[in-house]
Design a protein around this ligand. Structure first.
Ligand code: SF4
Length: 614
């Protein structure tokens, strides 16, 4: 039997989990079996400790026990995890009024052959023809006050919830989409309920409709939410860069107008001395994930009791010394500076859906604004002696300067390789570049949080190693995603080849191929006789021949395992849980499933405008 209160605060030993998951995402075929399993999930969920979100491994272990009890195989594990999570979060959803809930529907529920609805920037514009259940679900949810979105994908949902327009998500989705949502949304402690689609076919799908109606009708009761969540910290990190907040936390030195208020009249209306500051502040508000300031704030919170993850976390964060917020802000400011310079180095044309800084203002101005942001990052900390204490400020500045130099070394190594004639590269060298390019930013964010809370001596080795392994695994995963044509990141597969980046995939291929094929690979970058498509096709073939993708996945596993081993042994418990959450959310694995149709993602320039749509 599943023990009561299976979810406790005791450390959980974790194991690596890279594997194919398609066979774990079956939907119980008969309604009778689905009902029986759902009832059992509700019984088990009632016994779980609700004070913190259930971890992914823990949730899977409990789900497997439920299946073992029912003498069923592991095929339904994914479905049980979603159903169990939904039962776990039901009370918390109930504590949130419907007007603060987002109801998310997939477009594949529509009647594909006859649906008269079009897609616009807000997703599917249902014409309520009645041929599918979307109109009914939508109508009922809107009558109750829900915000409704017919769209898909956890990134947009995460942005909407972090922006503060809703506090909970209820939705219908296939198990492939829900698998990703677990990493991005559920583990952060964001209340979420879902009814899985009965298939993952992307077309003319169906769902247990009465379950969806039950979910929409979860009544509002004024009970207090009780589960810990990183949502307040995520929101606080993003809020630092809202225009008004930014100017309060880091008052402008030159005052003056905002770029957003120029209404397309160019910069001519600006005082030339104030213009650089105005452009820099404008760029800081443009977007991003704010993961670095989140890490600093979350580590600081974990080391000072973890109260910001409680339901009253927003008020807790408001009381923090402003020096904590300025330090978190400085990390993102350095990151933004590096993006401005990276975009020049790579001559990228778009960033955050807009023209890059150098495309808009020219390279000299962009370099200068990047420099301004670097100065701003240091200044945000250097003036905080009174609030934080001089010793702490010196230590944090030293940590930042160290990270800054190592990041520049990593970027420099990449640029020099890109521009050199020889394209030789050993896997060990690629990994060293990764460690320098990615890890110092994670490391600085961790150390700043730790130092803001106290001394860091006992954490130095563990955090350095954790950041290195997490950063390297993250970078290799990015390389692998480059070959999936990840629509969130790159438009086409193989962008790293076209950009001439020194990847571990390239190095592994050179190591594994015969001499003749190595030479062909090396010539490929400069080969003017082949089209881009031909080059990518051929490189992919050579990569597959050298078994590069499998080897790279094994490297991700190895670094993830190391990061997990470090997280397992770290104390206090709040920090241990945070490290595990970061591993799960940063190292998001793509499912083998690829949608067969491309649907335009709603734009996200204004979340409020999306949600205001009828
Ligand atoms: S109800 Fe809406 S989504 Fe469904 S088929 Fe009709 S127009 Fe399309």
């Amino acid at each position: 039997m599943i023990s009561e209160n299976s979810s406790t605060s005791a450390p959980t030993r974790r194991k690596t989990r890279r594997r194919k998951t398609a066979h774990l995402k079956l939907v119980p075929e008969s309604r009778e079996l689905r009902e029986r399993l759902r009832a059992r999930c509700e019984e088990v969920a009632a016994t779980l400790d609700k004070s913190r979100p259930v971890g992914k491994d823990e949730m899977e272990a409990i789900s497997r026990q439920i299946l073992a009890e029912a003498e069923l195989g592991e095929g339904y594990v994914g479905w049980i995890m979603v159903t169990l999570s939904s039962a776990f979060w039901r009370d918390q959803i109930s504590s949130i009024p419907p007007s603060r809930r987002l109801f998310l529907l997939p477009h594949c529920l529509k009647h594909a052959e006859g649906c008269p609805a079009d897609y616009d920037e807000y997703g599917l514009d249902c014409k309520t023809c009645g041929a599918c259940s979307i109109a009914d679900f939508r109508g009922m949810a809107e009558d109750m006050g829900y915000k409704v979105l017919v769209a898909e994908g956890s990134p947009i949902v995460l942005k909407i919830i972090v922006s503060g327009y809703v506090d909970a998500i209820v939705g219908v989705a296939c198990l492939n989409v829900l698998e990703k949502a677990i990493d991005k949304i559920l583990l952060a402690g964001i209340p979420c309920m879902a009814v899985p689609l009965l298939s993952s076919d992307c077309r003319n799908t169906s769902v247990d409709e009465d379950w969806v109606l039950d979910m929409i009708k979860v009544p509002y009761s004024e009970q207090k939410p009780e589960t810990r969540s990183y949502l307040h910290l995520m929101r606080a990190a993003a809020k630092l860069f809202e225009e008004d907040q930014l100017e309060v936390i880091s008052p402008k030195l030159r005052g003056g107008q905002r770029i957003s208020e120029l209404n397309g009249h160019g910069l001519s209306g600006l005082d030339p001395i104030a213009a650089t500051e105005a452009i820099a502040y404008d760029f800081l508000t443009k977007g991003g994930k704010y993961s670095r300031p989140f890490i600093t704030m979350a580590v600081y919170d974990a080391m000072t009791g973890g109260d910001a993850t409680l339901p009253q976390g927003e008020k807790v964060i408001e009381q923090w010394p402003i020096g904590v917020k300025r330090t978190a802000m400085s990390i993102e400011t350095f990151h933004k500076a590096s993006l401005v310079h990276d975009d020049i180095e790579d001559d990228d044309q778009f960033r955050y859906g807009e023209e890059t800084m150098h495309s808009r203002y020219g390279i000299p101005t962009a370099i200068n604004v990047g420099d301004y942001l670097v100065g701003m990052g240091y200044r945000l900390v250097s003036r905080e002696s009174k609030d934080l204490g001089a010793e702490k400020v010196v230590d944090i500045l030293d940590l930042l300067a160290d990270a800054h130099q190592r990041l520049a070394e990593g970027q420099g190594a990449e640029l020099l390789w890109r521009d050199s004639l020889s394209k030789r590269l050993r896997p060990i060298d690629a990994l060293k570049i990764y460690a320098l390019k990615t890890s110092p930013a994670f490391e600085a964010a961790f150390f700043c949080g730790l130092r803001l809370a106290g001394e860091i001596d006992t954490y130095v080795d563990a955090i350095k190693s954790f950041a290195r392994n997490l950063g390297v695994a993250f970078q290799i995963l990015n390389d692998l995603k480059d070959w999936e044509g990840d629509s969130n990141n790159k438009l086409d597969a193989g962008g790293d080849i076209i950009g001439g980046r020194p990847t571990v995939l390239w190095a592994l291929a050179l190591e594994g191929l015969a001499e003749e094929e190595q030479a062909e690979l090396e010539r490929m970058v400069e080969d003017q006789d082949r089209s881009t498509g031909e080059k990518i096709h051929r490189v992919k073939h050579l990569y597959e021949k050298a078994n590069v993708f499998e080897q790279a996945n094994q490297l991700v596993d190895k670094h993830q395992e190391r990061a997990e081993a470090i997280a397992n042994d770290i104390q206090p418990e709040e920090l241990r849980q945070l490290l595990h959450y970061l591993i799960d959310s940063v190292l998001e694995r793509h499912s083998e499933h690829q949608p067969t149709i491309q649907i335009p993602e709603p734009s996200f320039s204004s979340p409020l405008s999306i949600l205001a749509q009828p």
